[in-house]
Ligand binder design. Structure first.
Ligand code: B4P
Length: 195
């Protein structure tokens, strides 16, 4: 199996690049943001709980997202690998992910961390908010809270994987194609060294 984490602040291009990477490498895409938004659309109890937090730019509780990922891993026994997008976002989520993958006799192979300046993040998210209908993209205050949550709780997840030498930083500003090529180069390099 080949398992990859696409890491970075909100608006850094995780969702955008994930779509292209899963098509190229045949990985199963697990985006906790997408799963949560689908729960909200379906009006489930979990969706209702998540919506009020997401609308304020806050993280959803660890237990909720960990449950979602555990279930997604169980429902995809045939996957040749996973692309984790927007997960893990706390050290507790990272510890659990490592344990869940160890149960499946696999592990994270690489963490690709997109680096984008704060002003560019705000610009992209406000721009997406004009058309996406996403309530967490509508104003600068909510976007600011999301970036603060990232700095407070999520940035440290990179240190967790740095300790085991798995993090590669990728400049996340430039054209989508340019960034995609850099991500592909790193993945291909890693796949070669696995053989
Ligand atoms: P996510 O769905 O993960 O949303 P995100 O971080 O905003 O998206 P992403 O980074 O993928 O967006 P992208 O840059 O592709 O999370 C939403 C919320 O869900 C969180 O705030 C939290 O409340 C909750 N949540 C999710 N996972 C959780 C977890 N594990 N634990 C707890 N809570 C969790 O796109 C942004 C824009 O940039 C787009 O418009 C795109 O077109 C544009 N863009 C992308 N690349 C570009 C480029 N190179 N140049 C110019 N624009 C670009």
């Amino acid at each position: 199996m080949f398992n990859l984490i696409l890491f970075g602040p909100p608006g850094s291009g995780k969702g955008t690049q994930s779509e292209k990477l899963i098509a190229k490498f045949g990985l199963r895409h697990l985006s906790t943001g997408d799963i949560l938004r689908s729960e909200i659309r379906n009006g489930t109890a979990l969706g209702l709980e998540a919506k009020s937090l997401m609308d304020q730019g806050q993280l959803v509780p660890d237990a909720v997202v960990i449950g979602m990922i555990r279930s997604a891993l169980e429902h995809n026994p045939e996957a040749r690998g996973f692309l984790f997008d927007g997960f893990p976002r706390t050290n507790a989520q990272a510890d659990t992910l490592d344990a869940l993958l160890a149960e499946k006799k696999t592990a994270i192979n690489i963490v690709l961390a997109l680096q984008v300046s704060k002003s560019e993040l705000v610009k992209r998210l406000l721009n997406r908010g004009l058309t996406s209908g996403r309530t967490d993209d509508v104003n600068e205050a909510i976007i600011g809270s999301r970036i603060e949550e990232y700095e407070r709780k999520t940035a440290a997840v990179a240190d967790h994987y740095k300790k085991v030498n798995k993090v590669v930083y990728i400049p996340g500003e430039g054209s989508v194609e340019e960034i995609f090529r850099k991500l592909c180069d790193e993945i291909e390099e890693k796949l070669k060294s696995k053989k």
